[in-house]
Design a protein around this ligand. Structure first.
Ligand SMILES: [Zn+2]
Length: 314
């Protein structure tokens, strides 16, 4: 049973005859016929406290990623306004910001998770990073103070994406760049297991994202669906078959006590060799099924881990 039908689009803010898409728990997903944006109603996030307790985030603070991820690498391929002043909003533990600084940017970062900021300082030695939000950055730096604003996997969490993008626009110089990544809503279900409310409140594809940015006076410079590579699908097969293919011995032998990596980064040579062998075994078993799955996803247009957009402020 869908919730009471909203009369205003949560993405573009216009009153529209919204189309019901699906239900999840007490939320209903609606699509706007004006902007093609999709949003969950009630469009209410769980608050910062919920994220701090979420094990996905606390795990990340203890085991920070050292390298930039696929969405980040799209930006690092573009390098718009190279050498300029860059602000990364929702920077997490800083793996993107560290890579951006390495690429020559004058990098700044903000996140609401103070533990993530502490990790970023400790692991990458990042200095211009702080706990806070866009209002704080606007107050501290003022309007038109950045050449580039990046927000990776942020927009889908927002209760009011329009307001957020307007504030980001104020931070940007004229002709400055905005880089965004979000989950791709056209992806097969198993590629987006966490794309649900209250964690995520909006869903995007190329069309709705371009409309959204156009509405806020941004011009798309590049937009791309980031596809799941074969290696990612092989990992999926590994998890699907866990339990009925006997990988337990490998799991036990190579187990690293929780938190150890964050302490000294030294995993024993034996454990590393065993992990490498397990990976080779995965490739032997799952390479062909993964290639077939990849082909099916490609043909049906459902192979998308995320959507990347680079846009320019007019
Ligand atoms: Zn709309």
């Amino acid at each position: 049973m869908p919730n009471i039908k909203p009369v205003i689009c949560g993405v573009c803010g216009k009153s529209a005859n919204l189309n019901f898409k699906e239900d999840f728990k007490e939320y209903s997903l609606w699509e706007c016929p004006e902007c093609f944006g999709q949003f969950w109603s009630p469009m209410k996030g769980p608050g910062a406290g919920w994220y701090e307790k979420d094990e996905r985030y606390s795990f990340r603070n203890l085991n920070p990623l050292e390298k930039p991820e696929r969405n980040h690498r799209e930006f690092l391929r573009d390098l718009p306004a190279k050498g300029g002043r860059l602000l990364d909003i929702g920077m997490g533990t800083g793996n993107f910001l560290a890579a951006a600084v390495k690429s020559g940017y004058d990098g700044y970062g903000v996140d609401f998770d103070s533990e993530a900021i502490e990790t970023a300082k400790r692991v990458f030695g990042l200095k211009n990073v702080s706990t806070g939000d866009l209002d704080g950055v606007l107050k501290d730096f003022g309007e038109k103070s950045f050449d580039i604003v990046t927000m990776f996997e942020v927009v889908e969490h927002l209760e009011n994406p329009a307001e957020f993008i307007e504030k980001s626009k104020r931070l940007l110089k004229n002709g400055g760049y905005l880089a965004i990544s979000v989950p791709f809503r056209g992806a097969a279900e198993f590629l987006k297991p966490n794309d649900k409310p209250p964690r995520h409140l909006t869903r995007w594809d190329k069309n709705s994202m371009e409309n959204f940015l156009k509405e806020h006076e941004f011009e798309t410079a590049r937009i791309k669906i980031i596809k799941a590579p074969i290696s990612y699908l092989i990992t999926k097969f590994h998890f699907w078959t866990r339990g009925f293919l006997s990988f337990n011995a490998v799991g036990k032998l190579s187990a690293v006590p929780a938190g150890q990596k964050a302490v000294n980064n030294k995993v024993s040579l034996r454990a590393r060799v065993i992990q490498k062998m397990a990976r080779i075994k995965d490739y032997i078993l799952f390479l062909l099924p993964a290639i077939i799955l990849s082909g099916i996803l490609l043909v049906t247009g459902r192979n998308g881990l995320g959507l990347y957009i680079l846009a320019k402020k007019k």
